[in-house]
Design a protein around this ligand. Structure first.
Ligand SMILES: [Zn+2]
Length: 717
């Protein structure tokens, strides 16, 4: 076996000069970089004056005499460094014959390891990885680094170039189930990894940072689902088209496809077909394979038990939910390229008996921004928070109000309507039908606590030893005109005031992780609707990427479960099932648009909100604003029997006579049970030392309904 050259040690130059000779045309002498720069400058001048007799490009001769174009090498380095190209393609594009050989293959099935050698112009370099692809990339990188070192360039090592504080998605994410693997399995895997330690340490010598941080812990990586399928189903087929089914060789490339649905791959195994979508063909293929594998494994009861611990939604349903929301959004945005741009996509899907058949999309929304302080409305006309999850939940509320309208339109509002999603509750009011489930899809982890982790640092099976662990679970707020969140503990004022915000204090809004946690206790219906409808909880949360079950669970219910007590029934802590869709989304480091597209199944057309003003782009209030919700409530409260509720002191709630002049915040207090549950929730966060929930200035909710005689047909669309 060829011994790879260690270019980090001092004897590099000796080794180098013995295996290569510098061509006479390049004037390649030490100090190398300086000479090359001068050379390039001369070259440039020469070409300007007499292009016909251009001198050959600076090059070096290595090994058997292949001439390397230094400029091409430098370009390759830039491309790899900027992430624009993989080391393998960069190496391929240098125009030299490249061959890869698998030298070694080992490790357990769930954590294989590969050593691959790359041979270029009679030189061999080795790389190591958990898949052949990873090992090839590693070898190509070592090779490029070696060649570039000759040209005075340094290719920064991969671990150092990566900012490990950044949340990023990996093209081959570790299966969520691995996080639940038993510790013994991990230990066994570590032992197995020791076999490949030699190869590993060879690579590590090229990574200066590894010595600083200690040896890299073996990363658990699963075998690619594609390889598993090929092994178990030799006759399988992968068929790739554009996301809408247009063949790849079609003359017309469909332009209106959402980023995450650009390509579609159908994986066909005998009679069964499995779909996957992705922004690249590779991702779509992986998604289809993952989906196929999950479904085929779910069918086998023996392993389904180990793969599907309680707390997980079935992969088939999770994928269906994700596809329904993504397809609905694509369909809606078919003729609107501008507004199809988005960072986060969220949606709510309703199922009957948790079945795929009959699942329907209730709400779809995009958005990552909040209203600017100066646009807060004293008349309930601005939507404060246009983050996709929050907007989707408001769209769901529109649907629930429309469901209540079905009953309000009947002569006897208590007569059950078989096709409705809600039904009359005993003693007054309504409730979601017991056979209905609501599933929330979000294309990525909700902002705040659920997204505070580094997805590339695995091995979090151990108890969290991170020195920052005490900061985990903290309530966090979105900051005005920003995308990230900060812990409420770092906020200057816990009490927001109207005049303070107008003066220029940043308007703070609780993060989506915190809001989802709130919905898991108080329901999705909100305080106003709670006068008529019993709490409606999410059954599952499906993420399109960045699902870390441990962190997500903590964020949405785990962090308060030990501290929440005496919730007034029917309020309780709901622990939604968690799942990640097989068609995952890649991180897109682009600027987020400042609009939010919102659609509810009550209307065919979506609304486009300017997230900064909280209103429609033409300045009109949205159907999602408080004023609009309040008007629906005002219409219904006069026609429907309210839920039976009593004040904490035992007196039962009765509606005031002056409903028309009731303020919005007074109407909210007509659900005392909801208010008590809300106080318990806030107390739980405080008891857990996770901070205090920050409320909007009081003045925001002191408005009366301005749409008392609105046409219900317009109001409830
Ligand atoms: Zn958010």
């Amino acid at each position: 076996m060829y011994k790879p050259i260690d270019f980090t040690s001092n004897d590099v130059f000796d080794v180098w000069t013995s295996v290569c000779d510098i061509t006479s045309t390049s004037d390649f002498v030490s100090p190398r970089s300086k000479m090359i720069k001068q050379k390039r400058k001369r070259e440039f001048l020469c070409t300007d004056v007499q292009p016909a007799i251009k001198r050959p490009a600076p090059s070096i001769r290595v090994g058997s005499g292949f001439k390397w174009n230094l400029q091409a090498l430098a370009h390759a380095a830039d491309a790899v460094q900027s992430g624009g190209k993989s080391p393998v393609s960069a190496l391929n594009e240098l125009g030299v014959r490249v061959t890869y050989t698998v030298l070694n293959q080992g490790g357990p099935a769930h954590c294989p390891s590969f050593t691959v050698a790359v041979n270029v112009a009679d030189m061999t370099f080795e790389g190591w990885g958990h898949s052949k692809r990873e090992a090839r990339a590693s070898a190509a990188r070592v090779c490029l680094a070696a060649l570039l070192a000759r040209a005075g360039h340094v290719l920064p090592d991969q671990t150092r170039a990566k900012d490990f504080t950044v949340d990023d998605t990996t093209p081959y994410p570790v299966s969520e189930f691995q996080c639940l693997e038993s510790k013994s399995k991990i230990e066994e895997q570590t032992k197995q990894n020791a076999v490949t330690e030699t190869a590993q340490s060879q690579i590590e010598r090229n990574l200066p940072t590894s010595s600083l941080f200690g040896a890299t812990a073996p990363t658990p990586a699963s075998k690619s689902p594609i390889n598993v399928l090929y092994e178990n189903h030799p006759g399988l087929l992968f068929i790739c088209t554009y996301g809408d089914g247009t063949p790849l060789d079609s003359a017309q490339v469909p332009l209106q496809l959402a980023h995450s649905m650009r390509f579609k791959v159908v994986c066909q195994i005998k009679e069964q077909k499995f779909e996957g979508y992705g922004s690249s063909k590779k991702l779509a293929k992986l998604a289809a394979a993952r989906s196929a594998l999950a479904v085929l494994e779910e069918g086998r009861a023996d392993i389904a038990d180990s793969l599907l611990p309680s707390g997980y939604l079935s992969q088939t349903l999770a994928d269906h939910i994700a596809n329904l929301v993504n397809s609905k959004f694509s369909e809606m945005m078919k003729n609107d390229v501008i507004h199809s741009k988005r960072k986060v996509l969220a949606g709510i899907v309703m199922t009957t008996d948790s079945k795929v058949d009959g699942a329907k999309v209730i709400a779809v929304a995009t958005g990552t921004k909040c209203v600017s302080g100066e646009h807060m409305s004293v008349r309930g006309r601005a939507v404060n928070d246009c983050h996709a999850e929050v907007a989707a939940r408001r769209c769901l509320q529109r649907h629930l109000y429309t469901q209540l309208l079905l009953y309000a339109s009947q002569k006897d509002p208590r007569k059950p309507i078989p096709e409705a999603d809600i039904e009359p509750a005993e003693g007054g009011g309504y409730r979601l039908r017991p056979d209905r489930q609501l599933h929330m899809y979000v294309s990525t982890a909700p902002c705040g606590d659920g997204r505070i982790f580094s997805p590339h640092e695995q091995l979090q099976h151990e108890p969290d030893r991170h020195p920052n662990r005490l900061a985990r679970g903290q309530l966090r707020t979105k900051i005005e005109s920003g995308e990230g969140t900060i812990p409420v503990k770092n906020c200057n004022s816990l009490l927001q005031t109207w005049d303070g915000v107008m003066q220029g204090e940043r308007l703070l809004t609780m993060s989506c992780s915190d809001k989802v946690a709130r919905w898991c206790v108080l329901g999705l219906q909100g305080s106003l609707m709670s006068t008529l409808l019993a709490p409606v909880y999410p059954t599952s949360i499906v993420l399109g990427s960045l699902l870390h079950p441990h962190h997500l669970y903590r964020a949405i219910c785990g962090r308060i479960e030990a501290y929440i007590s005496s919730l007034p029934p029917p309020y309780h802590l709901r622990r939604p099932l968690l799942a990640r869709a097989a068609s995952t989304e890649a991180r897109t480091p682009t600027r987020a648009p400042s609009f939010s597209v919102c659609w509810a199944c009550t209307n065919t057309a979506p609304e486009v909100l300017n997230a900064t003003t909280g209103k429609l782009e033409n300045g009109q209030p949205s159907l999602l604003c408080k004023q609009s919700m309040f008007a629906r409530w005002q219409y219904l409260i006069k026609k429907l029997p309210p839920l039976q509720q009593s004040h904490p002191d035992g007196t039962s709630v009765s509606l005031p006579n002056h409903l028309d002049t009731l303020l919005y915040n007074e109407a909210k207090l007509l659900s005392p049970t909801y208010q008590v549950a809300k106080d318990r929730l806030f107390q739980a966060f405080e008891k857990a030392k996770l901070g205090r929930w920050i409320k909007k200035p009081l003045e925001q909710d002191q408005f009366v309904c301005e749409l008392l005689s609105a046409d219900p047909a317009a109001l409830f669309t």
